[in-house]
Design a protein around this ligand. Structure first.
Ligand SMILES: Nc1ncnc2c1ncn2[C@@H]1O[C@H](COP(=O)(O)OP(=O)(O)OP(=O)(O)O)[C@@H](O)[C@H]1O
Ligand SMILES: [Mg+2]
Length: 583
């Protein structure tokens, strides 16, 4: 994991190496200071030698200034390395997410991906900055201060060792259970984030179902739980400081007692005793810092794991070895296709599907909810790959095409479609970024979107809000159809794309398709018989199997499901109209 993360240091490797070097040097300079103070006392003050005081004073000043400069440099490079590293990680994650197949997307939730790219990366960035400085500075401090203390007096250093053992034992006793709590806290955070994301995006639904109070309660409970866990963790951590102070004062007491005897007996000098007091602080502070660094490390380990999961996720749509760059025609062939969702129930949703579509043909697909209509058509532009069998387009297996070429030629209006913030023209140009305004208008006309666009004051420059929230459901569908048409694809798939459009307009759109794009293969999924009855052939799906295929008349004569749907919609007062909706 560390290797994987380190590979994203990129151009910030230099800063990442310089930071610990400067931090270590800074620590060494720091350790020299108490020793110099000892010289000032012993050589200068005790002997009344003003020259020595000045000399050592100047040296102390110099060492302190160097330590300061080294500290500034270390801070600078630490900031550069950690924020650069975080930037690289975000870029790499974003780039990988763009390559995700639909199946990969099924695995991570949108909220989860957002948290991973924001909070988790920030956690790791802070931890990295801390580790580069603290994890080098603290041990160097600790070791050098101990060495210095040993040089001054080995016996008195024993006091330090006892204090260190005490502090390590207490810190470990506090930290280890706290880690476990923090681990739980972060899991609760995830759940909270997911629920916030879900509810804020669906705020309109929440309001229309008058669920505000319920949602508020739910959120309050989650927050309270988090609060309690945090208080538990932090109140344990609050024992750190008293433990540290006990160790420091204990050391000071012992040092004062034994040190005074040693000074009186002439074993050590006053200056050296003074230096030892300085080292007590140095050593115990380093231990404290190390323990904090461990907390940071354990907190960020979970984040690091979650980041690496995104980075490691490989798209499961393997690219073709020798990609075919040209789609001959819009003929489609399903050969004994079975398919199941990797993150679904484990049961196949499509079973032994066999049929062919001629180029330019219009195929209607009808079937109950969950009969796998969407699943079936998603295999054509390779949003998912088949498990067994094959799907061919223009006589070539879809897996052998260059992915971009395939998806350019197979234009699909997804059932759950979205518009993006931008003008109507911007949105239409998702279909073809070089389309002229005339081409966009023509596509809009084909999709019957021109009538309402013309009524907007800004016409084609009307601003669409994020997700298309300021246009109606039917308007949105027509815009997404126009967008798909601009591609001038060989295959056009409409997945329930006119469900919110009135039957008359629906019929007008289909007539336009027939007349204006006769050579494009058209696959129309619909719930209304009227939307498919004038298709060349209609495919009836039932629980992932083809129940019947034929013209409207043929199916009406032979297919039970089709008859049922037809009769329920014509007699049950549905919106079916006999002429297929045309007026
Ligand atoms: N991304 C997914 N992950 C797991 N299972 C899925 C996924 N999408 C659909 N399914 C399952 O596959 C089955 C077929 O779903 P599909 O969306 O193809 O039905 P559909 O015929 O298009 O239905 P509808 O008319 O409601 O759009 C359903 O049982 C559904 O639960
Ligand atoms: Mg569907």
């Amino acid at each position: 994991m560390i290797k994987k993360l380190a590979s994203h240091l990129g151009e910030y490797k230099r800063a990442s190496i310089l930071t610990p070097i400067f931090s270590a040097l800074e620590a060494i300079m720091d350790v020299l200071l108490p020793l110099l103070m000892a010289f000032i006392i012993d050589e200068g003050i005790s002997k009344g030698d003003m020259g020595a005081i000045l000399r050592y004073g100047l040296l102390t000043f110099l060492v302190a200034t160097i330590a300061l400069l080294l500290g500034i440099l270390a801070g600078h490079f630490a900031a550069e390395a950690s924020s650069g590293f975080a930037g690289n990680l975000r870029e790499a994650m974003y780039a990988n997410i763009q390559n995700f197949s639909f199946s990969n997307i099924d695995k991570f939730s949108t909220a989860g991906l957002v948290t991973r790219m924001t909070t988790d990366v920030t956690n790791l960035q802070n931890a990295f900055q801390m580790i580069m400085r603290m994890c080098v500075r603290a041990p160097v401090h600790l070791i050098f201060a101990l060495i210095m203390a040993c040089i001054i007096n080995v016996h008195l250093t024993g006091i330090f060792v006892v204090a260190i053992i005490f502090l390590v034992a207490v810190l470990a006793g506090i930290m280890i259970p706290t880690f476990k709590i923090f681990d739980r806290v972060f899991k609760s955070y995830d759940a909270l984030n997911a629920s916030v994301q879900e509810n804020v995006t669906a705020i309109r639904v929440v309001k229309s179902f008058v669920r505000e109070t319920f949602e508020n309660e739910k959120y309050k409970k989650a927050c309270e739980h988090l609060y309690q866990q945090f208080v538990r963790a932090e109140s344990r951590l609050s024992f750190n400081n008293p433990a540290m102070l006990t160790a420091v004062y204990g050391c000071n007491l012992a040092l004062s007692w034994f040190g005074a005897h040693y000074v009186l007996n002439g074993v050590i000098t006053t200056g050296q005793l003074n230096a030892l007091f300085g080292y007590v602080m140095n050593i115990l502070m380093s231990l404290m810092m190390l323990s904090m660094a461990f907390v940071m490390l354990s907190m960020s380990a979970a984040s690091a794991k979650r980041i690496v999961e995104v980075l490691d996720e490989k798209t499961d749509l393997l690219p073709a070895e020798k990609p075919v760059e040209q789609v001959k025609d819009g003929g489609i062939e399903f050969n004994h296709v079975t398919f199941k969702y990797k993150h679904g129930t484990g049961r196949p949703v499509l079973n032994d599907i066999n049929f062919t579509i001629k180029p330019g043909e219009t195929i209607g697909i009808i079937g109950g909810t969950g009969s796998a209509k969407s699943s079936l058509v998603q295999l054509i532009p390779r949003l998912y790959d088949v498990d067994t069998g094959s799907v061919k387009l223009g006589g070539v297996d879809v897996r052998e095409y260059d992915m971009d070429v395939l998806r350019r030629e197979v234009s699909m209006v997804l059932q759950k479609n979205v518009l993006f913030s931008g003008t109507i023209l911007d949105n239409l140009r998702w279909g073809d970024e070089n389309a002229t305004e005339e081409e966009c208008m023509r596509a809009a006309k084909l999709a019957c979107a021109d009538e309402f666009i013309e009524r907007f004051p800004d016409k084609y420059n009307t601003w669409i809000e994020q997700g298309g929230s300021n246009v109606s459901g039917g308007q949105k569908q027509r815009l997404t159809i126009a967008r798909a048409l601009l591609r001038k694809p060989k295959v056009l798939i409409l997945d329930d794309s006119t469900s919110a459009v009135d039957t008359a307009t629906d019929a007008k759109i289909r007539r336009a398709f027939r007349e204006e794009i006769p050579n494009t293969t058209k696959i129309i999924i619909a719930q209304r018989v009227s939307s498919v009855q004038d298709a060349d052939r209609i495919l009836v799906l039932d629980e992932g199997r083809i129940d019947g295929i034929g013209t409207h008349e043929e199916l009406l004569a032979t297919n039970k499901i089709y008859q049922e749907v037809y009769h329920s919609q014509t007699q049950g007062g549905g919106d079916f109209d006999k002429q297929g909706g045309e007026q």
